[in-house]
Design a protein around this ligand. Sequence first.
Ligand code: 5GP
Length: 189
Amino acid sequence: MKLLEDRILKDGKVLGGDVLKVDSFLNHQIDVPFLCELGKELHRLYEGAGVNKVLTIEASGIGIACITAQYFGCPVVFAKKAKTSNIADDLYSAQVHSYTHGVTNNIVVSRSYLSPEDRVLIIDDFLANGCALEGLTEVCQQAGATVVGCGIVVEKQYQGGGDKLRRSGIRVESLAKIAAMTDGRITFC
Ligand code: 5GP
């Protein structure tokens, strides 16, 4: 999506450890009209797929998930990072290694908010190694829900997570795909 690529080139900052910072519009300060354009595109890609729930993970996926969900007219559920490893009976849970924080979290979703009737679009801001999406997919499997696909704002394609998920049969659509980030320079696929 040209609009997004231009914004990343204008405002994105490449940090060490292969991290792209887009705090000024996506996941700290939020440019709502701009995210609406991203949400409309994600809706266009999955229109007709029967999406009746959007699932994301706290915290930085919540903004784009909410904006996208309003075009589907459906609720958003966000997986919470559990404070303890004791998982209650009324929760679905999975382990997710955090790319940016280097820790492994138990993510949890209440059994009240995902069921076999749900056709789920998983949304996140970034896709790197794919751990977050794998964890969210696992939660959907536990619920017996159908994963319609994943909608990602920025996929760092060279880190392989997206292609691994696609090979496993999951539809993954990314609005910007980064082929390389070398010496602070971003190259799109
Ligand atoms: P994965 O689980 O695919 O390795 O990483 C995805 C998660 O890590 C996303 O939920 C996102 O919050 C975070 N993440 C991964 N790479 C980046 C990055 O380059 N920039 C930012 N801001 N977050 C990232």
